[in-house]
Design a protein. Structure first.
Length: 202
């Protein structure tokens, strides 16, 4: 992963190398989330318990130790095996709390993260061949077609300037959007997976 216009590249690469030294190791500068096994879904039989999925939690690994503001990064992502499930709840009841479409995305990058209710998710779906920029807890800022496939690496470039987010996949612009309502000014960078094997490398 290459990060410019920000002085924490060394700490990010150190975080990647440190994580790679563990049981989910990839190459020296890569992270694979859930490489040791995809965690099972834990749905309650009680629809009243659906608050536990608000917002839908990802498995994450920090890529920065401090907050980022404006930055540009380039990385290669691979979405591998995944466990797709839909909650066993009445849709009308469940959708009061959470966008059901979130279950269709396998993972990606978490931008300007300040906790689960304050971040942006750049999320990818090989199931739906889609990319989205989603602002927690429940706002899609942009959704676009994205021709990606399981186990096939793809290059991602992200440029964040103020409240504008520009994203390219394999050199093709896919998202260029401005968050005009209460934008999140800064936060950590994370790699994230939604019950999937997701690899991020430079």
């Amino acid at each position: 992963m290459r990060l410019s216009a920000f002085p924490l590249l060394l700490s990010i690469l150190t975080a990647i190398a440190s994580h790679a030294a563990g049981p989910q190791a990839g190459t020296a500068k890569s992270i694979t989330l859930n490489a040791g096994g995809i965690p099972p879904w834990e749905f309650s039989t009680d629809p009243g318990e659906n608050w536990r999925f608000f917002p839908l939690a990802w498995q994450t690994v920090p890529l920065s130790r401090a907050d980022l503001t404006d930055f540009e990064l380039s990385a290669t992502l691979t979405l591998g095996a995944y466990d797709f499930k839909m909650p066993p709840y009445d849709t009308e009841h469940y959708s009061r709390f959470m966008e059901l479409s979130q279950f269709y995305y396998q993972g990606g990058l978490v931008l300007r993260e300040n906790g689960p209710l304050s971040c942006y998710r750049l999320q990818f779906s090989v199931k739906e061949k889609s990319v989205a920029l989603w602002k927690t807890p429940g706002n899609y800022l942009a959704v676009a077609d994205c021709d990606i496939s399981r186990d096939k690496p793809f290059a991602v470039t992200v440029r964040v300037t103020g409240n504008r987010f520009a994203v390219s996949v394999d050199g093709k612009p896919v998202i260029d959007v401005v968050d005009r309502i209460a934008p999140i000014a800064s936060g950590r960078l994370l790699a994230g997976a939604n019950h999937a094997a997701v690899t991020v490398r430079d």
